[in-house]
Design a protein around this ligand. Structure first.
Ligand code: FRU
Length: 482
């Protein structure tokens, strides 16, 4: 692309693949992420969207429907196989969502402290515009999961009608933390799984027999522990197989760079400027700005047995040191381009988790390379794939804090974007012009190829598809139910 006056050029990334077990960690650099502002319009009237329509989620109407009247719904994933196919099971589409009770006396922003995994099902041939998702209730019986709160993960259909639910077992220790939403003793986090059974008949889908196993806790060497930083992140497991390494199962997850909070030293590689770039920042200035507090990474682990009950950490595949503190719900999406497998890593992030001197929207970010461990090229040179409409010229806000009066009322319209087959992106509604969500957004479509992504505004109505549209692309079972 032509350089934007006033901005340094993005980092050169080769996309070259490395052995998944090697210790090459790709960097989402400051030079890369500064391209978000380089591509943003500095002249819009305050409160308009300053980002290109190609990376802006179309506006969600304020009168969106509630998916369910009893529970708030946020992070959501489909029943999948090991290749990210979305499975129709005996004629039913099945999705899993974090849910919290709407009537328990706490507010929407307290949902994280009260999260459970719930599930919904709907006939595979349902009309997504008319037929509601049926709520099946909590997936696990009360007090049976590894932590006392269930956070995001992924669910895979295994042989013999078994399912493996990979999830984040978060354990809160005191009432202040849990009921007031922060400020108390920091929670513990582990990655866990539950092996259980799925059943389906003409009335719907049920699950039983879950056996829970703790899989991973942060090691403090590659992945930050609670002792190193009470605000650490260790969560959101997503498992898959890699055609380049048959017989192995991998997991990506959200982590932070190990080390005590505040000890990280920003490095030239984290900045990523090209030698001699006149617009480059220098390491000392960045370090002195406090940017070292932001140390997100995307972790990788490999299964050591066929039952997927034993896992080993591998070094992170991506770090965002001195750029951003959270790279959440990572997923790997493999797509054939010109006869070659390209690996897209998608991960969600927030505007308020950026480091000093950095600015970007809430949304989904993407990186492409030749393997699961690559020198990843950020999509659109910046990493931003799809953000909520935001005026990036105004300072960052927080969805549960005070919001600048001038800012675009849709800056937090949706979060937890998840990329599904066909480029369909589902997310949940958070805040549309002050109307709080807790329900699935209209699905949107992005087209991506050669590291460039673009919102497809011919999809649905001006780019907005049906609410909670998570169609399946592979059928298992059926018994005449179709
Ligand atoms: C994303 C997220 C996940 C976490 C969950 C907790 O929205 O922060 O990283 O698992 O929400 O509610």
């Amino acid at each position: 692309p032509a350089p934007t006056p006033g901005f340094a050029l993005p980092t050169n990334h080769t996309q070259q693949a490395f052995d998944p077990a090697s210790d090459f960690t790709s960097k989402w650099t400051r030079a890369d992420a500064k391209q978000i502002m380089a591509q943003s319009d500095p002249t819009v009237a305050p409160g308009q969207n300053s980002m290109s329509p190609d990376v802006t989620m179309p506006e969600i109407p304020e009168d969106f429907p509630a998916m369910n009247d009893d529970v708030w719904v946020w992070d959501t994933w489909s029943l999948t196989d090991e290749n990210a196919n979305q499975i129709s099971y005996k004629g039913w589409d099945v999705i899993f969502s974090l849910v919290a009770d709407r009537h328990a006396g706490y507010g929407f922003d307290q949902r994280h402290w009260n999260a459970r995994i719930g599930y919904f099902f709907r006939k595979t041939n349902a009309d997504p515009a008319k037929d509601k998702w049926n709520y099946g209730g909590h997936l696990f019986l009360d007090n049976t999961s590894i932590g006392n709160t269930e956070w995001s993960g992924s669910t895979r259909l295994m042989q013999g009608d078994h399912v493996n639910v990979f999830y984040t077992a978060t354990t809160f220790h005191d009432v202040a933390e849990r009921n007031a939403g922060g400020g108390g003793i920091a929670p513990d986090a582990a990655i866990a799984k539950a092996l259980g059974n799925i059943h389906a008949d003409k009335n719907g889908v049920t699950f039983d027999g879950f056996q829970h196993t703790k899989l991973l806790e942060p090691d403090g060497k590659m992945y930050q522990t609670k002792a190193q930083n009470p605000g650490f992140a260790f969560r959101d497991p997503y498992t898959f197989v890699d055609p380049a390494h048959p017989g192995k199962t991998y997991m990506v997850f959200e982590g932070n760079t190990a080390g005590n909070r505040g000890d990280y030293q920003c490095k030239g590689d984290d900045l990523g400027y090209r030698p001699g770039d006149p617009k480059a920042e220098n390491v000392t200035d960045v370090q002195n700005s406090g940017a070292y507090y932001q140390t997100a990474n995307v972790g990788l682990a490999v299964a050591d047995n066929k039952d997927l009950t034993k896992w080993s950490f591998l070094p992170p595949i991506l770090s965002a040191n001195c750029v951003n503190d959270q790279t959440e719900r990572p997923q790997i999406f493999i797509q054939n381009e010109n006869g070659k497998n390209k690996y897209y890593l998608y991960t969600i992030s927030h505007q308020f988790t950026y480091a000093a001197g950095m600015r970007g929207p809430d949304g989904v970010y993407g990186f492409v390379g030749d393997g699961i461990r690559s020198d990843f090229q950020p999509v659109n040179n910046s990493g931003l794939a799809l953000g909520s409409p935001t005026d990036l010229n105004l300072p960052a806000n927080n969805p549960s804090g005070s919001i600048s009066g001038q800012q675009n009322g849709r800056q937090f319209q949706a979060y937890s974007h998840y990329v599904q087959p066909g480029g369909l992106v589902q997310s949940f509604i958070d805040n549309v012009n002050g109307v709080r969500g807790g329900s699935l957004s209209p699905t949107v479509k992005i087209n991506f190829r050669n590291g460039v992504t673009q919102v497809d505004r011919s999809f649905g109505r001006n780019g907005l598809g049906p609410f909670g549209y998570l169609p399946t692309n592979v059928r298992v079972g059926g018994e005449g139910l179709y």
